[in-house]
Design a protein around this ligand. Structure first.
Ligand SMILES: Cc1ncc(COP(=O)(O)O)c(C=O)c1O
Length: 300
């Protein structure tokens, strides 16, 4: 099914809700299969997709009929059946530690979904809009989802979320009930203009190509350091993995004092998250990596 029509909302998580509702309308099934260690946002539906009990328990009961499988596990594809409305995955798992699909996993996942009449929803809220060197992360992996969810960078700094599907599928949201995912500010002209301008800039500039050059720069600089075990991810969605959560915590907190914003990842305590704006210059990236290396050197 082609990706033809986009529905604009105000945040990523609200777009995830729309995608879930659309999958139910299209398939008339309720079961959703989500990935372990996934993050899709914090509204009730998105939270229900997460398998992190500590974060869910205070808000139960959440939405029912959600099951979790392991990302990149081919044997787990057997859990997808003709009861499944949709499978949802981040194209590159974010909170899990910037885990890329391996072994054509997403192609196999899509084929499995098709064989049982389930929809594939890819959450591109973090990898999408040029961050991995392509407009959508899934363009790196030879797959096209039935529903793609975007947000974050799409707004060029303004609040937005969006989900895109075929016209035939999207038209099901028009009736029964009418305006079943309406929200006051969704698709307002300011946000729509901002997203359009951002898309034009990302598509027509060198930002996507440069994201890959910047990836190489960061990997070359950081991998020289003995306390960096690995740099995962693609483009400007990078996670430097240290040997321990303590080292990572120290780097993230100390970097902040030195004017460099890094962050953690939800399920991978050894990861230093490096996700700068696509417009960061190579000089700024070198400076930032220099700060990380200086901090790491104090630990040697
Ligand atoms: C993969 C992914 N999905 C969903 C979301 C939720 O988006 P928002 O924070 O706009 O609700 C995020 C935000 O961090 C995300 O990274």
């Amino acid at each position: 099914t082609p990706l033809e029509q986009t529905y604009l909302v105000n945040s990523g998580t609200e777009a995830i809700e729309g995608a879930l509702k659309l999958a139910r309308r299209v398939t008339r099934r309720s079961q959703i299969i989500a990935m372990k260690n996934a993050y899709h946002g914090n509204t009730m539906g998105s939270l229900s997709l997460m398998d992190y009990e500590e974060r869910k328990a205070p808000f139960r009961p959440l939405i029912p009929d959600i099951h979790h499988i392991n990302f990149n596990s081919e044997t787990d594809l057997d859990f997808i059946t003709n009861k499944t409305a949709a499978v949802i995955a981040e194209t590159i798992q974010g909170g899990a530690g910037f885990i890329e699909p391996t072994n054509n996993y997403l192609t196999k996942l899509k084929a499995k979904c098709e064989s049982v009449g389930a929809l594939l929803i890819l959450d591109e809220i973090q990898p999408g809009i040029g961050r991995t060197g392509k407009l959508f992360g899934f363009k790196n992996y030879n797959v096209i989802p039935d529903i793609v969810v975007t947000g974050k960078g799409l707004g060029g700094g303004l609040p937005i979320g969006a989900f895109t599907a075929s016209k035939a599928h999207m038209s099901l949201l028009q009736d029964n009930p009418k305006m079943g995912h309406i929200t006051t500010f969704g698709g307002n002209p300011l946000i729509a203009a901002s997203a359009l301008a951002t898309l034009k800039e990302v598509v027509n500039s060198n930002l996507m190509q440069e994201a890959l050059e910047k990836e190489k720069l960061v990997k070359d600089l950081l991998l020289q350091h003995p306390l960096i075990k690995e740099v995962r991810g693609r483009g400007l969605m990078l996670a430097a993995i240290t040997e321990s959560a303590d080292v990572t915590n120290h780097v993230v907190l100390e970097a902040q004092k030195r004017g460099l914003i890094l962050f953690w990842l939800l399920f991978e305590p050894k990861a230093i998250r490096i996700t700068p704006p696509l417009t960061i210059s190579k000089a700024e990236l070198k400076k930032g990596c220099g700060i990380i290396i200086d901090i790491l050197n104090t630990l040697l």
